[in-house]
Design a protein around this ligand. Structure first.
Ligand code: F6R
Length: 610
């Protein structure tokens, strides 16, 4: 959940590369940050509590040269968000930054204290620094000291280490936490996330678990924990560096909302033939799904909402029963799984610990596994039998937007893929469904045109303290998603419910201070029932925001406070379109409230702890 960056070389100023990288990683964690640079044989450490701007301010009062350095932005796990707990952590000549969790740190700490080491922080990371220093000062080379230390460390980690005594290298090691090296001309980079270094190099090596990388100015080596060299492929990343900029938008979230039409287009490109009514996914062979009798879909947060909509899509189009589970619940409830089960893990980052563990649990019990993720070679992608990538491009805003719509379009295409191959749908039906896919980017563009209207609505609503979101069928999860978006970036209390449940409890909340967003695209089979809900809310003086499609009669208009009209489309595609005004509504309410939209309090973009 934290971010790591490292640089060795003299093509750029080290401190600039580190700060630039940290700026791009800040979305991963933002409660403290720090850097270490070796200058004339001595490590200079600067750390600060809070946002990166505090570290910047401190650095502006210093001049730091040196051609090797590491940096870190933190989301606290062990120990409070204080300066002393910020990374890098130091022991003797060794400075360390770390993402992940050291599970046996208490035991290691006790042993190190017995040996006379003094601990300054409350973190688990500090044991890494002392352990390496202990081996190093007792005669091992720097590299071997790092390897030896990690033979006794248990847990998940991506770590970068430097030492004053070996100022010509950075050593990096990973297990269960992503780390890449990026190759330049007489310079090399290190990062936990491609976006940190994408504007410097696109030649990237994804380290594997147990890899130890030794980065020097003029080259690099990768070994295993025993010191044996291993070869890793160099990938050329085709993400456009511009995609990690704000591109003129005030926030990443707004930029990413606007990118959804393009992201969906990229995600469907090359994956179907309208003429033949066929869907293809690179690397997938239908034979792998032949004996599948049941699907379990797993995800957290917004990705869980995508799973809930995926259930409607897959069951309706392919006839395969789907169960949806929160990843964090699944593995602890002893799920019934067999070899005829397909477990689908949906995750933007591909790193979410709960989803990764849930998927491994399903796999252990004999399920086939499929990942739907946005990040190539991410943990979940690598742990699955098969992968379908969404092609949303980097999602930097903490609140997920374009990742969600691309997950939905993948689930929709996958439903057609299954339905057609299982002969549940005819070729004609498959062609019709694919026709809808083709039209979706245009529908998204149209929905984005609602922006000015929604901005005005946000201005009228930002002072309310509670919101209800109601929907039915495939738009019930959109009610959950609308509420989640609003609460996470505006800190307003919001609840999403299935509209049919309203009378079973939530209606008690409705009064004149309760805006209720009723999601009711016209073509849904339950449209008339939703109109019934509308009257019930009206009768209790609730403020109604009516999200619908098509014409609304004058009579109906009289009963609502605001109508939001999304473009007409089939019921099953409607969640992709209905979510757009809700993302915009959350955005503009948060904007008028003045909250930190891209980095809301207490959240982190990637949740690598359970
Ligand atoms: C909400 C949000 C989170 C994520 C959740 C899962 O806007 O971003 O709820 O959806 O943490 O993350 P991934 O998809 O990376 O597994």
């Amino acid at each position: 959940m934290c971010g790591i960056v490292g640089y060795i070389g003299n093509k750029h100023k080290t401190i600039n590369v580190l700060m630039d990288g940290l700026q791009r990683l800040e979305y991963r964690g933002y409660d403290s940050s720090g850097i270490a640079v070796i200058e004339n044989g001595h490590s200079k450490i600067v750390k600060s509590r809070g946002k990166l701007r505090n570290l910047k301010k401190k650095l502006s009062r210093k001049t730091l040269s040196g051609y090797v350095g590491i940096g870190h932005t933190r989301w606290a796990t062990h120990g409070k968000a204080t300066e002393k707990n910020a990374h890098p952590h130091v022991s003797g000549s060794v400075s360390v930054v770390h993402n992940g969790i050291i599970e046996n740190y208490q035991e290691l700490k006790k042993e190190l204290i017995k040996k006379g080491y003094v601990f300054y922080s409350d973190t688990d990371t500090e044991v890494i620094a002392h352990l390496i220093e202990d081996y190093y000062k007792n005669g091992l080379s720097f590299e071997n000291a790092v390897r030896s230390a990690f033979k006794s460390i248990e847990g998940s980690y991506a770590v970068a280490v430097i030492s004053d005594k070996a100022p010509d290298r950075i050593i990096a090691i990973r297990k269960f936490s992503p780390l890449i090296i990026a190759i330049g001309e007489k310079e090399n980079y290190l990062a936990s996330d491609i976006s940190a270094i994408l504007s410097y190099s696109r030649k990237v090596i994804f380290l594997d678990d147990g890899d130890v990388a030794i980065l020097e100015k003029n080259g690099y080596r990768i070994t295993d924990l025993e010191g044996k060299e291993v070869k890793r492929d160099v990938s050329v990343i085709n993400w456009d560096p511009v995609s990690i900029e704000k591109g003129g938008y005030r926030h990443y979230m707004l930029k990413e909302i606007h990118e959804q039409s393009r992201a969906v287009l990229d995600t469907i490109r090359g994956r179907f033939s309208e003429e033949m009514g066929e869907v293809y996914f690179e690397g997938l062979n239908y034979k792998s799904f032949n004996n599948i009798k049941r699907i379990v879909a797993l995800g957290c947060g917004t990705s869980f909402h995508a799973c809930l909509i995926g259930k409607y899509m897959i069951e309706k189009i392919s006839g395969i029963p789907v169960e949806v589970d929160l990843s964090s619940e699944f593995r602890y409830r002893g799920p019934v799984i067999d070899s005829k089960t397909l477990a689908i893990a949906v995750s933007q980052s591909g790193e979410t610990a709960d989803t990764s563990e849930a998927l491994l649990e399903a796999r252990r019990k004999g399920a086939k596994t499929l990942a739907i993720t946005n990040v190539e070679r991410s943990k979940i992608a690598r742990e699955s039998d098969m992968v379908i990538y969404t092609r949303a491009g980097p999602e930097i805003g903490v609140a997920s937007t374009k990742a969600f719509t691309t997950q939905l379009i993948v689930l929709y295409l996958f439903s057609i893929y299954l339905g057609k191959n299982r002969k549940i749908i005819t070729e004609k039906k498959a062609k019709d469904l694919i026709g809808e896919v083709l039209y979706t980017p245009q529908l998204l563009e149209k929905a984005l045109k609602l922006e000015d209207e929604i901005k005005e609505l946000g201005r009228n609503l930002y002072n309310y303290s509670n919101f209800l979101f109601l929907g039915r069928g495939p738009n019930y999860p959109i009610a959950l998603e609308g509420a989640l978006k609003l609460k996470e970036i505006s800190y307003i209390h919001a609840e999403g419910h299935a509209a049919g449940e309203m009378k079973h409890g939530p209606i008690a909340l409705v009064d004149e201070n309760m805006p209720v967003v009723l999601i009711a695209p016209r073509n849904g089979v339950t449209y008339n029932k939703l109109l019934g809900n509308l009257q019930e809310i009206r009768a209790r003086r609730g403020k109604i925001i009516f999200l619908t499609s098509g014409e609304v009669s004058e009579e109906l208009e009289k009963h609502v406070d605001k109508t939001i009209r999304i473009p007409e489309c089939s019921s099953i595609i409607s969640p992709l379109i209905a979510v757009i005004p809700l993302q915009l509504l959350a955005y503009y309410i948060a904007m008028y409230k003045g909250t930190d939209i891209d980095q809301p309090r207490n959240l982190a973009k990637v949740v690598t702890v359970e």
